[in-house]
Write a protein that binds this ligand. Structure first.
Ligand SMILES: N[C@@H](CCC(=O)N[C@@H](CS)C(=O)NCC(=O)O)C(=O)O
Length: 289
């Protein structure tokens, strides 16, 4: 690849960069418009979309409910990041970083906002004392949770962006990030060769966080890159990814705030357990033109 770009002395925001998310990317923080967020009746209010970062939280909430934690009832509202919903004033009030997922915890005396998917997982796990694994493995579990938070931007923002979303295919960034993504898959493969779950014998929030990205990748659900990355060859990641995929709470969690794919797998908003049966997109009236 030849370098055809000479950076100016000072970068300025004067043209669209091209690619899938060019129209929503901007170099400044803060709201672009006034918009209050809706609120339901449950202790947790989630504002999200079923991307891998969003799915972490809906899987966790469904797992908590499946484990009998009735206090984990939640209302989930769809944030359409392609339309710029993340820049509305209400959303920015919950997450000043303007990215899904964002959570309001109304369960205590004071309302608490939580943003960053890893922080949300930890907040919920500590609140319900669930999916934390045994005490003696806590440092290991948290290490893997933070591994995911630090690693996935190379997979999503690096590999996925240049392989699937950039306006052209450039060999240098695709090579660089394919190499790193495969290295990460191999790290997981080694760990899962020795352990049933990522931090030992118990299913934890580290599995939920890592599965949402690397499980989806291994199952061929991200960037149409399964063949290119030869994901089938990561034998232990495959075993683990399929096992977690079979969990009923995971099957529900991936449907919440999903707005693409099969209509019967899209639950745009979730307010009650029965919504999975009665309010998927195939069962709703089409919106008026
Ligand atoms: N580190 C954040 C990343 C969140 C993130 O990147 N969210 C994306 C969707 S997966 C988003 O909201 N993008 C909108 C934007 O960049 O404007 C987390 O884990 O919560």
């Amino acid at each position: 690849m030849t370098d055809t770009y000479t950076p100016p002395k000072v970068w300025t925001w004067d043209s669209e960069s091209g690619g899938k998310f060019a129209s929503i990317n901007r170099p400044i923080a803060g709201p672009t418009h006034d918009k209050e967020l809706p609120r339901g009746e449950h202790p947790f209010q989630l504002y999200s979309l079923a991307t891998p970062n969003g799915v972490k939280v809906t899987v966790m909430l469904e797992e908590l409910l499946a484990a009998g934690h009735k206090g984990a009832e939640y209302d989930a509202y769809l944030i359409n990041i392609g339309e710029g919903d993340q820049f509305g004033s209400g959303f920015v009030g919950v997450n000043p970083n303007s990215k899904i997922p964002a959570l309001m915890d109304l369960s205590g005396d004071k309302e608490v906002r939580v943003f960053e998917s890893g922080a949300i997982l930890l907040h919920l796990a500590e609140k319900f004392d669930a999916f934390l694994g045994p005490n003696e493995k806590r440092a290991e579990m948290i290490s893997w949770l933070f591994w995911q938070m630090g690693s996935a931007p190379y997979l999503g923002g690096g590999f996925g962006h240049f392989y699937a979303y950039a306006p052209e295919k450039w060999e240098y960034p695709i090579n660089r990030f394919a190499m790193e993504t495969k290295r990460q898959l191999d790290v997981l493969n080694h760990q899962l060769a020795e352990n049933k779950y990522i931090a030992g014998d118990e299913y934890t929030i580290a599995d939920i966080a890592i599965w949402s990205w690397y499980g989806a990748l291994a199952l061929g659900r991200l960037y149409e890159a399964a063949e290119f990355l030869d994901v089938e060859s990561y034998e232990h990641v495959q075993r683990w990814a399929k096992e977690i995929n079979d969990r009923p709470a995971v099957k529900r969690g991936v449907m919440v705030n999903r707005s693409w794919g099969d209509l019967d797998k899209q639950l745009h908003e979730r307010h009650a357990a029965e919504d999975f049966e009665t309010r998927t997109a195939d069962k709703l009236e089409p919106a008026a033109e």
